[in-house]
Design a protein around this ligand. Structure first.
Ligand code: MN3
Length: 206
């Protein structure tokens, strides 16, 4: 069975950038529903229910064909939000560490250019979905996905995630997605981005 992971901070911790009520509803209603729906969809399939969520999403072929769409949507929702919470923090470093910064500069010219490209990708995602920084071979790339599709299902490793579904910002920002994106940069957990990058490197050399 999959379960809702607790937030690593309290619901008010990301104020004023992400408001308390949005965090509460997003976690206890939206994320919780993905977990519940995933468990319901996989009822009786103990082997799948016992998998790590990120392993499951990385290996959709292991799921019976008639359940793949459900797992992609509900399991993707669970995996994506589990990452998203950890990638925000009330006590962020202003910029990435030396290692991460040098990688960003190598792949995107400079930090400002990287932020602009990421924000533009998040703005450009039509309808619901996510913007991502992913590890693709030796490169870092910015991509977006529709709905709850995870980059993991395409063999890419996400190290930064931004939810641009309206439920992620509508209470405070209404239709102003750009303001939400600008605010979100203030709570990015760069330390966790680097942890995910390092884990991706270790996985590759295994
Ligand atoms: Mn969401």
């Amino acid at each position: 069975m999959f379960s809702l992971p607790p937030l690593p901070y309290d619901y008010a911790a990301l104020e004023p950038f992400i408001d308390t009520e949005t965090m509460r509803i997003h976690h206890t209603k939206h994320h919780a529903a993905y977990v519940q729906n995933l468990n319901d969809a996989l009822k009786g399939k103990e082997d799948l229910l016992n998998m790590d969520i990120f392993e499951l999403i990385s290996n959709l072929k292991k799921v019976p064909e008639e359940l793949q769409t459900k797992v992609k949507n509900q399991g993707g929702g669970h995996a994506n939000h589990s990452l998203f919470w950890k990638l925000m923090t009330p006590k962020p470093a202003k910029t990435p560490s030396h290692l991460l910064m040098s990688l960003i500069k190598k792949n995107f010219k400079d930090f400002k250019e990287f932020q602009e490209e990421f924000s533009a990708t998040a703005m450009g995602r039509f309808g619901s979905g996510w913007a991502w920084l992913v590890v693709h071979g030796k490169k870092l790339e910015i991509i977006d996905t529709p709905n709850q599709e995870s980059p993991l299902s395409s063999g890419l490793t996400p190290i930064l995630a931004l939810d641009v579904w309206e439920h992620a910002y509508y209470l405070r920002y209404q239709n102003r997605r750009a303001e939400y994106i600008d605010a979100w940069w203030n709570v990015v957990n760069w330390e966790e981005v680097e942890n995910l990058y390092s884990a991706a490197q270790k996985k590759k050399t295994k």
